[in-house]
Structure formats: C-alpha cells, structure tokens
Design a protein around this ligand. Sequence first.
Ligand code: NAP
Length: 518
Amino acid sequence: MIELKSFLQNEWQRGAGDGSPLHDPTTGEVIASASTEGLDLAAALRFAREEGGPALRAMTFAQRGDLLTRMSQVIHEHRAELLEVSRRNTGTTLRDGKFDIDGATATLAAYGELGRELGDRHFLLDGEGQQIGRSPRFHGQHIQVPLRGVALHINAFNFPAWGFAEKLACSFLAGVPVVTKPATSTALPTHRIAEILVESGLCPAGSWSLLCGSVGDLLDHVTPQDVIAFTGSAATARRIRGHAQVIQNSVRVNAEADSLNAVVVGPDVEVDSDTWDLFLRELAREMTQKSGQKCTATRRVFLPEALIAPTVERLGDALASIPAGDPNDEGVMMGPLATPGQFPDVCAGLAALAEVCEIAVGALPTGEGACGALVEPVVFVCNDPHGTEIVHDLEVFGPAVTLMPYSGAALDAGALVSRGCGGLVATVYSDDIDFTGEILMELAPWNGRVLLGSKRIADHSTGPGIVLPELVHGGPGRAGGGLELGGRRGLGLYMQTCAVQGSRPVLQKILGAQDSPS
Ligand code: NAP
C-alpha cells in the first residue's frame, strides 16, 4: 500500500499514525493512506512565505508564465501514467480522466501564455492614471502587487489534477507561493503530479508545497497576507470563513461550493431542431461525464410542459447509449462515483428526490453492485417546481437531473432558477433573441456564467460543464461567492490593489508607462 507523504519545507515528510485510507472506487480496495499527524504546518507556511514568496516575486510575469508552461509540459509528458492513477483512485474512464488531467495542463498552459502577454514586469497597472486635484500634477494610479503571504488551496475530491492546477496557475502567475491540500480520498493523482514536479526541479524551493491528509491545524497559522482558496461543500466553506484566525486577520477566502446549475429551454425550441439536439446532447453529457460529479453539472432543467415527454423519451435513449460500469472495460463510458464514501450520500439524495418527484428514467440504486460505487443515471420529473423546495435545494452529486415545467415566460424561468440561491452556471437553449436577451438579464445576477446555446453555436459549444481559463469560474450566494480564473481577473485574489497618489512625473518614473496591459 502506498503511504502518501507531504512535500513541505522542500522535502517529503511523513505524518504519524495509520492515516486515512484512499480507495479504488471500482473494487473498494484500499490502495493508499495519508496522514498529516505531527507535521509542523506553522513551519511549512513560514518556509513558503520566506523562501517561496521572494523567489517567485523575483521573477517577472513572463518568467512565471514560462514556469507554468514548463510545468504543463512536464505533467503532460506523464499523461498516460496519470490517467491510470486517476482511474485507480477516482474510477475515471479514459474520457473522464482526460477531462481532469488535460484540463490541468491546458489551464497551466493558458496562464503561461497570459504571463508572456503581461511581460517583463513585477507589478500590474490597474486602469488608467487620472488627475485627482485641480492641477494635472496631482495624480492617482491603481497598481496591483503580489501579496507577501502564502496561498492555501483546499480542493474537493472530484478534480485532483485540474483543481490543483486552476488555483496554482493564478497564484503562481501573481507571484504567491502555494500549499495545495487535495481532498484526502482522491489525493493520489495530485501526489503523483507533485512527485513529477519535484523530480523536474522546476519550482523554486518553497514555492509549492503539498499537504496530503487532513487539514490539521493549518488554519491556526494564517497571517494577514495569506489567502485561502477553497473548493468543496458549503458547510466546510462556512467553517473556514468562521475560523478565529481567519476572522482575526481578515484573511481572504475564496469559496467555490455547491450549485444547482440550471438549464432553461426556450418556448421556441422545437423537437428535432438543431437547438433541441444540442440541448439533449449536452444534457446527457453533463449527467454522465465524471458520473455527474462536476460542480458545473446540470441539476435542474426548466422546459415548457409540452417538451417534458419528448425530453424523457430522447434523454432516456441517449443515456442508454452511454454504457456505465468498470472503467477498466473498453467501451464503458461512465465509471463509478469517485469515492465509496460518496455512494451512501448520493443514494440518500436520490431517495429524497424520489419522495417528491416521479422517476422518469432509471431507478434508485439497490446497494453496492459488482462495480463498487456505480450509480446509474436517474431522470426525475417534478410537476410543481414552485411548490417543491427540495428540488432547488438538494444537490445530488451524481448522475441525476430533475425536469420541471415553466410557463414559457422568461420571468417565470428566471424566478425558478433563482430559487437555487446562486449558481456556477446556467444555460439557455433558444433561437429567439428577445427571449434570450430577457432571460439573460434574469440569470446573470444569480450565476457566475451563462451559456447561450443556439443553433448558431451548435457545432462549437463546449457545454456548460467545461470551465475555461479565459472565463470566470464561481458564482454568488450558495455557489460560494467566489471568483477564479477569467484570465487576468483570476490574479486579483492573490494581489493587493493599491491606489497610489502623488506627483504625476514621480508616478510615471516609478510606475512606468501609464497604459495597462490587457
Ligand atoms: P468537503 O468535504 O467540503 O471537502 C473539501 C476539502 O475541504 C477537502 O480537501 C477536505 O479535506 C477539506 N476540509 C474538510 N474539512 C475542513 C475544515 N474543517 N477546514 C478546512 N478544510 C477542510 O467537500 P467534498 O466532499 O470534497 O466535495 C463535495 C462538494 O464540493 C460538492 O458538494 C460540490 O458541490 C462541491 N464542489 C464544488 C466545486 C466548485 O468549483 N464550486 C467543485 C467541486 C466540488 P479532507 O478531504 O481531508 O476531509
């Protein structure tokens, strides 16, 4: 059995005791363990701040971008091996493993490119400088400089590779060292990536640390220049935000939490039209990719009542053509849940929905089958979305979706979507520009991202589930209120915006050209 170590203070360190188990979710076999017991996390954070921070800040954006590009390349060189590690510890099929591993390398590469664009500078100008007094001599300019602390990246179990990379890319490019803490249950892929990166010698000492196992007393040691970027459940986000040391030091916390992502099908959409096909194709993929364990997976679908029956029929056919089972078997397109621990949670969630909804496709799981934590897709229909709270509140983190009727009016659909209290992404399928424009304004305040699906992009759409490095990831309210990625926007979490006031010539001399790189 593999004992996962942590990489702290530039060396591999082993926690005491038996640690927590990591499973192969297909067989249930325990394949590894991880412990952080007895590790000196205060010293680890100090080392990152004192060694890693200065090393990264000494580099320009272009140099840090180059580092990210090379990290992306070296991880990509181990792609086949990482796909196998991903299958073993998270039950991914080949396509789902690629989604995580290639997503990681693509995001690092995208931020590498952004670093090149930002160029040979150590700080950023934020907007144009402006006259702030009666005389043009008195001038103001916002700048952004890297924080002097360390970024704690606490990740969820579902994306051990991409989750590490999307957070690290922004932090490194901003010039802030990182401690990555993957979810213990699926830490094996992140751990292997760490071994690869440590062997490569690319990262300056202290710039990247890895904590495998429970979070321990990590948060007791945060200081005012540190940042916490968290992905996981709303309950844990609340605990982190409420931690005494976090409150005492006003430590920035970015949270990506639960989300009941919605789809609205416009009243203009006809069965068998290009837009209808796009809707069905993307819905079937969202339900089954990573076995529905994506924070961005569609959970609620609002349609004109007449479209519910044809959707059930065609979605049922589409799901039947996606074989579920052992990811080792060629031809299987959907594997088990990523951890055995998720199985009872998902079963309980499905049972709770079944109490108030009709099961239109699939059935409730009857117990662990031959293939570990496998859950077959389930499509629910709820005929009273206005009067049924649980469909807007309970996120079943698996291959399940609820279809619900709405009146066909944008205002009605918008009101129903907002019952989720804030989402990561919402999707509209419509070719009616007036309906699309109206509903966009209803959805945008409640969602971090809105995909407008139509026949015009039917051949190009990546679907709502794919998070792109150029576009922001995060959503208001229940979704955690966070903002990650979005190109340069993602650096903001790790930088201090400072308004500088003074003599215009002095500012120009110190800060250089007044134009801000895009
Ligand atoms: P979780 O139980 O909240 O755990 C997330 C991370 O927090 C893990 O690394 C966990 O470590 C750590 N953690 C647990 N207790 C902590 C504490 N008191 N202080 C600091 N960190 C702590 O969530 P999960 O079960 O891994 O993930 C499932 C949820 O995440 C789903 O509900 C899903 O909606 C959400 N999610 C959201 C996004 C997004 O981008 N918005 C993405 C993926 C998942 P251990 O593993 O060691 O316990």
